[in-house]
Design a protein around this ligand. Structure first.
Ligand code: GLV
Ligand code: MN
Ligand code: MN
Length: 415
């Protein structure tokens, strides 16, 4: 690593300008963004990204999964590609940093490398992955790129097949195109991502950069608690088969069980749909969206069994039937040791403090981890807020993260 490389920095004002332009697209009154995958706002953000890439003189590419990217080629056209990236989609009423920061920082790295006339031994690609957030499938673009996407993932998306079909049609994509986006292992040099922490550990410890050790796995199910619709006034309490009771009791008991028996895991019942859903009808059915996360494969298997048994016993307690529909899993993954080392060296050269951290949020890197070296860094989230318009990271911290990304890309791309 030459001295000249170590002194390179990204252009903070230029990155802020792009970041602010992007945040207006799908921007909400409370400074958040609402850009669920393939919504009008998401597609508008992608159209803006394409114009931005082309206006800055980079080659623009999109693939069958709708992933959008800017390319900075190197002299050897057969050299593998180092991908830097994140995602422009958001959760409904989300924040402006989750994903967008990583994409803007990746582009800024390409701009900095090019304007300094640096010749790397890899192609650099700044990528915006499709549907990272899981509004539809989750880690969709990265799974497609990694060749992990199956027909079943598309036929049974956790966001519903109809919604996926509508979204894909809006974006000019299809099942067939999605399954065509896989890249060959030998074409990839690695994947690096800058992201906000979405927790309080960096802020609390006063640390500049989190170097991710592992990303949790995520499993999801639809649980249907099925009872019987009845008159809510004239049916005695004893005679009811009220689906809401099984679903609610399950949510409470799942929390207690995970806290007691699975201290490294988390569980969430994020949505309940009541059928028929009226003040004066005993609920005949409640569909609950269950998601649970763990960094450990063995723990996952035990947790999966324990949660389904719990759902069955809570359903039985209230005289209900239980139907379960498996809606996919993303595997936990370890970050690459050499990439972590490159992040450590980069922080040291920049005089930034750093600490190792596991990620409780899902990220596209977990799709790619068995294909190429993957690494991630985090920058502090004020008050740990995320998936909310309250999400905020000081611009100075965003710039620190982008400089670490730049330095790590230079180290890995020059080796
Ligand atoms: C994505 O941000 C997730 O972890 O759900
Ligand atoms: Mn994200
Ligand atoms: Mn997110």
């Amino acid at each position: 690593m030459t001295q000249a490389f170590s002194s390179l920095r990204i252009n903070a004002d230029r990155m802020l300008d792009s970041f602010n332009q992007l945040a207006l697209i799908g921007g909400t009154a409370d400074s958040g963004v609402d850009r669920p995958s393939f919504s009008e706002a998401h597609l508008a953000a992608r159209a803006w990204l394409r114009r931005h890439i082309e206006a800055n003189g980079f080659e623009f590419r999109t693939d069958g999964a709708g992933n959008h990217s800017a390319i900075l080629s190197c002299d050897d056209s057969s050299a593998p590609t180092l991908i830097l990236g994140s995602h422009l989609d958001s959760v409904p009423n989300g924040g402006r940093f989750d994903g967008a920061l990583g994409v803007m920082a990746a582009l800024e790295v390409l701009k900095t490398v090019r304007e300094n006339g640096i010749k790397l031994k890899v192609q650099l690609e700044a990528m915006d992955f499709t549907d990272e957030e899981g509004t539809l499938v989750g880690l969709l673009g990265s799974a497609a790129l990694a060749g992990h996407l199956s027909k079943e993932n598309l036929e049974k998306p956790r966001g519903g097949r109809e919604r996926l079909l509508e979204g894909m049609a809006r974006a000019g994509l299809s099942d067939v195109s999605m399954l065509s986006a896989a890249r060959k292992r030998e074409t990839l040099a690695g994947y690096l991502e800058l992201h906000i922490e979405q927790g309080k550990r960096l802020e609390r410890s006063g640390t500049d950069i989190g170097i991710v050790t592992a990303i949790v796995g995520i499993w999801s199910y639809k649980l249907s608690f099925i009872g019987k619709a009845d008159h809510a006034g004239s049916t005695t309490m004893e005679d009811r088969r009220d689906a809401s009771l099984g679903a609610s009791a399950f949510a409470l008991a799942a929390r207690e069980m995970v806290m007691r028996d699975f201290p490294n895991s988390v569980v969430n019942v994020g949505k309940m749909d009541f059928v028929p859903g009226a003040f004066n009808i005993v609920p005949a059915q409640v569909d609950a969206a269950l998601e649970f996360r763990s960094p450990d494969d063995e723990e996952f298997k035990r947790l999966d069994k324990a949660l389904l048994e719990l759902a069955r016993s809570e359903a039985a307690r209230f005289g209900l039937e239980l139907q379960t529909e498996f809606l996919g899993k993303h595997l936990p993954s370890l970050m690459d040791a050499d990439v972590r080392g490159a992040f450590v060296d980069s922080c040291d050269v920049l005089g930034l403090s750093h600490m190792p951290l596991p990620s409780g949020a899902g990220h596209d890197g977990q799709s790619l981890a068995d294909l190429c070296p993957v690494g991630m860094i985090f920058v502090p989230s004020v008050d740990g807020a995320s998936h909310s318009p309250r999400e905020f990271t000081k611009w100075e911290d965003c710039v620190n993260g982008a400089n670490v990304l730049l330095q790590a890309a230079l180290r890995l791309g020059n080796g």
